[in-house]
Design a protein around this ligand. Structure first.
Ligand SMILES: Cc1ncc(COP(=O)(O)O)c(C=O)c1O
Length: 381
């Protein structure tokens, strides 16, 4: 079977793990954690990074540090992995769900500005969502598939309403917008995932990055039970969200190869686009001029004229020993979010049943990718 996306552990991973064991530094304190944070901050373009146990933990931490709390609303695109919404719920808040643009599959500045203008009013220091009477506490764009959202305009709109911006950059490490790295696009905090299926993995893990020293110190403080001093005194309700030295050992070995790994993802994407994008009724994953995606996953979008479904196509490809997946079902269609406020979702609803992700491990060789391309062409012929 050609797998969808498996980690590429051909570097120093085993050696660094052995160092953890021989040194006995296996918990959340250790040299690999410090190095990993340094490497992630550098690659993201942010000044600082705090490593966490997962991307979801990082999102929960970032939202909490920005003051998101019970009964608040956080603006979120509906076309995302459910973890983005869950992190908001873990704060006691609810996502206010927006559709994405067809050009980027990301939150669009025009709908953001339009709905803020129509559906909110200011009340003292707060911004209130009129239909629910809830405070709007933050905007959380997601860089879908590693393609950065239009942060220049989103941040400008959010600032004009006094809203902080936290990006879910789970799969976007390595991406740039007009040459600027993804952690340097104006958000207060950015959150990355190093889950096993990400381009750079720590087995599991995440990181919060940002430039504001006091805010990042607070993120770090909250991540380690908010303990102040050597005695058991805790000044906030904190978390036990720090990454372990074991995870960071794998993460460091991967970060040493980040350019090579991201380049491999981009090369794979380009080859699928070139060799499948010409098929009638087939669309390719979004690209935005001036923005360089980290190309986390690759695949195609099938159009109604093909008279086949993603599920039928998957069956044919499975028979050819090729692993594929559908893509995110939007959050507003998920039972736990049935009550979350949302409006028109035409783009998200038309996209999700038609997206098929194809094998794109960074170790995928050209011959296996050619087999995938040939099998997709045959299945669609
Ligand atoms: C967009 C998005 N947000 C959040 C997450 C959660 O990250 P983690 O699995 O590290 O908790 C993921 C992980 O796949 C993701 O794709």
């Amino acid at each position: 079977m050609i797998p969808l996306a498996v980690p590429n552990l051909d570097g120093n991973e085993a050696r660094y793990l052995e160092e953890c064991v021989t040194s006995t530094f296996v918990s959340t304190v250790g040299p690999f954690v410090d190095t990993f944070e340094f490497l992630v901050a550098k690659a993201s373009g942010s000044l600082r990074a705090v490593a966490t146990q997962s991307g979801t933990a990082g999102l929960h931490l970032a939202l909490t540090a920005m003051g998101v709390g019970r009964d608040d609303l956080v603006i979120l695109p509906s076309f995302t992995f459910i973890a983005s919404a869950n992190a908001i719920s873990h704060c006691g808040a609810t996502p206010w769900l927006f559709d994405v643009t067809p050009e980027s599959w990301n939150l669009g500045p025009t709908s953001l500005a339009g709905r803020l203008e129509k559906e909110t009013r200011r009340e003292k220091e707060s911004l209130i969502h009129v239909p629910t009477g809830r405070r709007v506490a933050a905007v959380m764009p997601v860089h879908t598939l590693g393609l950065p959202a239009d942060m220049d305009r989103i941040v400008e709109i959010a600032r004009s309403y006094g809203l902080p911006v936290i990006t879910d950059a789970a799969a976007a490490l390595g991406a740039t917008d007009k040459g600027r790295p993804v952690g340097h696009l104006g958000a207060d905090l950015n959150v990355f995932s190093f889950n096993g299926n990400k381009t750079v993995t720590a087995g599991g893990g995440g990181a919060v990055t940002g430039d504001d020293a006091a805010l990042m110190d607070f993120v770090r403080h909250l991540s380690t039970t908010a303990r102040s001093g050597a005695d058991y005194h805790h000044d906030h309700i904190g978390f036990n969200y720090r990454m372990t030295n074991l995870q960071a050992a794998v993460g460091c070995a991967q970060m040493e190869r980040i350019d090579e790994l991201v380049d491999a993802k981009r090369r794979i994407r380009r080859r699928y686009d070139q060799h499948l994008g010409d098929l009638s009724g087939v669309g390719i994953f979004p690209e935005v001029p001036g923005v360089e995606s980290a190309c986390w996953l690759s695949g195609i979008i099938i159009n109604a004229e093909l008279q086949t479904t993603v599920s039928e196509l998957r069956d044919k490809l499975r028979a050819a020993e090729i692993d594929t997946r559908p893509f995110w079902k939007p959050v507003h269609m998920q039972p736990p979010y049935a009550d979350a406020p949302f409006a028109n979702m035409d783009v998200s609803e038309s996209l999700w049943p038609n997206v098929l992700t194809l094998p794109c491990s960074t170790g995928l060789n050209e011959s296996d990718q050619d087999s995938v391309i040939a099998a997709v062409r045959k299945a669609l012929s």
